[in-house]
Design a protein around this ligand. Structure first.
Ligand code: PLP
Length: 423
């Protein structure tokens, strides 16, 4: 009997033995193609010797030194390289252990920023339905997945949700893509005005929506309008690039393709590529300056901030993404994957949409292609699909989302960037 407390208590997963390239192997020798990089984590694939060497070298030097006493070479170099490649304006990097921690830090930094600049009434967050921002209480509160939030609702910070930018579902007959994007972006302004701009702290969004919607990119112009609205009302823009960042969409930061710079960004997953648990919160010069010139202390932190071994791993990953051209490869291979998916499933009676950016692709599964009607909750296919694929040796990421209050199904694909045509 196992003493591990698993998330799913009614089923026992196989035991993983090793990973090599795009494959994982269990202890029975069965091979699995890692078509979703776990959950969009393993961007380099498994067993990358450059990353494991960087980890070993750092372990031999020093494994851990608390940031209350020391900074470290890998953390400093990683922060420098991230800022060198981040959208202009992002200036400081706060290194944490994962995506939820990065989002938690983002929310607390936003709150503290307004306290520092003398706007203490700003505490409300606006986010979007069909979104996921992590499982810790602050991050969970901002997420729009009602099923995940509901049991913990009494414990949550105040967040309201507006429509996502989800053209397949939301664009109306006769409406251009541009007009659709402006219309849903303008919901933000209406919500800010409804709540009272002086009480709103931040708008939170994933540039390309991952787990709750299946790689849904925004339409052109949407995020530029969102940025304008945030600026007009003094609201901070927090972009959650935990899943879609680090080259996944073909540029290091997904928001580069939308021409916007957030005030705060969260990254994780592909940053450590699964080799170490690491995430980061990046913030603008102005926000950092407010703390530096004010209290001089960010009132938030964890024991494993700036962990040297995790930073060394992430630095090795980031070098491969930037200097090794792997983020570009994600763009090229992503376009090929899209064509291959369209060729294979474009006419399938139950595939309603095939979409995404880079190696971040989603297929939306519907009961009726013409009307886009999803399968009813009791007939949802995502769980069966996950099981069938896994049995056949394919790891993919099927999920249910809520569409107009009803369950919908999609499959997320996020394979390693080392993917070859033969795969
Ligand atoms: N934000 C997004 C967009 C995510 O997809 C996730 C995880 O799936 C998180 C935040 C939370 O990250 P973590 O699971 O590393 O805490």
């Amino acid at each position: 009997m196992s003493h591990v407390f698993p998330r799913h208590t009614k089923s026992a997963p196989p035991m993983v033995a090793r990973g090599q390239g795009v494959y994982l192997y269990d202890t029975n020798g069965k091979r699995y193609f890692d078509g979703s990089g776990g959950a969009a984590v393993s961007c380099l694939g498994h067993g990358d010797p450059d990353v494991t060497d960087a980890i070993k070298t750092q372990l031999d030097a020093v494994a851990f030194a608390h940031t209350g006493f020391f900074t470290s070479e890998p953390a400093e170099t990683l922060a420098d390289l991230l800022i060198e490649h981040a959208p202009e304006g992002l200036d400081r990097v706060y290194l944490v252990s994962g995506g939820s921690e990065a989002m938690e830090a983002a929310l607390k930094l936003a709150r503290q920023y307004f306290l520092e600049i003398g706007q203490p009434a700003r505490h409300r967050v606006i986010a979007r339905r069909q979104s996921y921002h992590g499982n810790t209480l602050g991050a969970l509160a901002t997420g729009g997945n009602m099923w995940r939030r509901e049991p913990f609702a009494p414990l949550m910070i105040e967040t309201t949700h507006i429509s996502p930018c989800y053209a397949y579902r939301g664009q109306q007959e006769g409406e251009s893509e541009w007009d659709y994007g402006q219309r849903v972006a303008n919901e933000l302004e209406a919500e800010i005005n409804r709540l009272g701009p002086e009480t709103v702290m931040a708008f939170v969004a994933e540039p390309v929506v991952g787990a709750t919607a299946g790689a849904v990119p925004p339409v052109e112009g949407y995020f530029k309008r969102i940025r304008e609205i945030c600026d007009a009302h003094g609201v901070l823009l927090i972009l959650d690039e935990v899943m879609c960042g680090m080259g996944r969409t073909g540029t290091l930061f997904a928001c580069e393709q939308d021409g916007v710079v957030p005030d705060i960004a969260a990254i994780a997953k592909g940053l450590g590529a699964g080799y170490q648990p690491i995430g980061a919160m990046l913030c603008s010069r102005d926000i950092y300056a407010a703390i530096e010139d004010g209290s001089g202390f960010f009132q938030h932190g964890h024991t494993y901030l700036g962990h040297p071994v995790a930073s060394a791993a992430a630095l090795a990953v980031l070098k491969k993404l930037t200097q090794g051209g792997l983020a570009d490869r994600a763009r090229v291979m992503g376009a090929r994957l899209q064509s291959a998916l369209e060729a294979a499933f474009g006419q399938h009676p139950h595939i309603g949409d095939i979409r995404g950016r880079g190696l971040f692709r989603g297929l939306e599964i519907v009961e009726d292609r013409e009307t886009k009607r999803p399968f009813a909750p009791e007939r949802a296919v995502h769980k069966g699909l996950k099981k069938a694929a896994f049995e056949a040796g394919l790891i993919c990421y099927p999920m249910g989302g809520t569409i107009d209050g009803r369950q919908g199904d999609h499959v997320l694909l996020a394979p390693p960037f080392i993917l070859e045509d033969t795969h």
